[in-house]
Design a protein around this ligand. Structure first.
Ligand code: ADE
Length: 245
């Protein structure tokens, strides 16, 4: 997959792209990332990329010309899916990451300042938000989206690890994990995990996932694939079917 990023702060991408899963995906050749400086597309002597808002108000607004010139330049070469990161976007999710991981090329457009000229939005395919808070720009959001997608690309996590059990991949939060030592300052690994009984371990993990999801994210239960055993277990914990918690 090829990913283009459009930003006023290309330097924000250096370290994240040089470590961990993003580095591995790039080294494998599975992921190619091209970071473009938006200012290179600004005209005039001052290479201005922002201006005061029509109608008055605080802060600056990103001008449409450099953004659209940059989008068109990248799009002409690669026809990527164009994604604007913004707090007004649709909520980014694991499901969205999975479907974006099937694209051949993406363009992640990072806004700054108080926002960008509304007319830019006619030149993007979708607008994504990574959560209900306002960041000072789209760069960190673009990295979040990129990381979530990169780890789903074929071969990136290697054979041993699989994203299939991740929190959200199953529609539930992931069960707790333990490794050595068996006893850490008096806190013991649950006996069932030491038992070697695969069916009992699978049942325990499923129940832990259900319990945790009910406690922390009961809203997920409304859409999670639950069988009759899951439902019976949740009801014992006080969950009432159909009330979202
Ligand atoms: N830019 C600023 N805040 C953002 C958010 N929450 N998600 C995506 N892009 C953003």
């Amino acid at each position: 997959m090829r990913v283009h990023v459009l930003t006023l702060f290309p330097e924000m991408f250096g370290s994240p792209l040089a470590a961990g899963v993003l580095r591995r995906a790039r080294e494998l050749g599975t992921l190619e990332v091209w970071v473009h400086q938006l200012r290179d597309y600004a005209g005039g002597r001052h290479l201005q990329v922002d201006d005061t808002p029509y109608g008055g108000g605080q802060g600056m607004v990103m001008k449409p010309e450099p953004l659209v010139a940059a989008i068109e330049h990248v799009a002409a070469a690669d026809a990527p899916r164009r994604i604007l990161l913004s707090p007004q976007g649709i909520a980014f999710s694991h499901e969205r990451a999975r479907s974006l991981a099937c694209e051949r090329a993406l363009l992640l457009i990072c806004g700054r300042y108080e926002g960008l000229d509304e007319r830019v939005k006619a030149h993007v395919d979708e607008e994504l938000s990574i959560g209900d808070y306002v960041l000072s720009g789209g760069e960190l959001a673009a990295l979040v989206v990129l990381d979530a997608i990169a780890r789903l690309l074929p071969g990136v996590l290697g054979n041993a690890a699989s994203p299939a059990d991740d929190s959200f991949a199953t529609g539930l939060l992931e069960h707790p994990q333990y490794t050595r030592p068996e006893d850490f300052r008096g806190a013991r690994v649950p006996d069932v995990l030491l038992s070697g009984e695969h069916a009992a371990i699978a049942r325990w993990r499923r129940q832990q996932s259900l319990r945790l999801t009910l406690e922390r994210r009961p809203d997920l239960l409304a859409h999670a694939p639950l069988d009759a055993t899951d439902r019976a277990f949740l009801r014992k914990l006080g969950w009432r079917d159909g009330d979202g918690g």
